[in-house]
Design a protein around this ligand. Sequence first.
Ligand SMILES: *Cc1c(COP(=O)(O)O)cnc(C)c1O
Length: 250
Amino acid sequence: MAVSSGVVARYRAVRERVDAACRQAGRDPSEVELLPVSKTKPVELVRELHAAGVRTFGENKVQEAVAKHQQTADLPDLRWSVIGHLQTNKARDVARVAAEFQALDSVKVAAALERRLQAEGRGLDVYLQVNSSGEESKFGLPPEEVPALARELAAFSSLRVVGLMTLAAPSPEEAVVRACFERVRAVQQVLRDDDRAAGSYDRLSMGMSGDYELAIACGSTCVRVGTAIFGERPPQNDYAHYWPEGPSTS
Ligand SMILES: *Cc1c(COP(=O)(O)O)cnc(C)c1O
């Protein structure tokens, strides 16, 4: 076995902080999934974490998920969660390699996924991505448009809607970040009260390296953590790593 990179120790340290944040919020730590985001990082680190018992990894670009899926085909029970924006021409790849897709934000993408999933004979867990930060991001649906999509998804039997996902505004101000998370919770409540919304809305994927403790205080059930586990990514590309096609220029 190769020399340890320290990634397992960092994963465990983050997991401890997640557990502590849960206790602080009066929540059961088993309610919150820690999803390590391995984007831009070598597959050897995924192997180290897998050997330590970690089974699900997040990637925000489909191409990278496909490559890593192939490079880790020998690892039992490994699951890939695609957490970034999807274009319809990549739906086939997601249908083939992903166990979960967290960034559904249009009927068009849902229809493309449904067609490919039918062909593969598979189902897929999906989160609807909510744009909770306004103009900071061009991905995700504005909160008021989410219920209409949730209703249309009733037509797609291969998609299992499990919850909502968001990226909070990249703000140093806690109140600004908290307001993003609270917008998502408000949408969750609307969907729970809507009999025609497809799926269940028990899961909230909110929180990253810089804001996961706050996200847990605000009800997150899945924190997507890259940097705090895998180390820094090249800074000049960082924005593009959250929003693969670049930030909104509105
Ligand atoms: C990169 C990324 C993350 C992880 O970000 P860190 O700040 O490195 O923890 C979470 N969610 C999405 C959608 C990402 O693209």
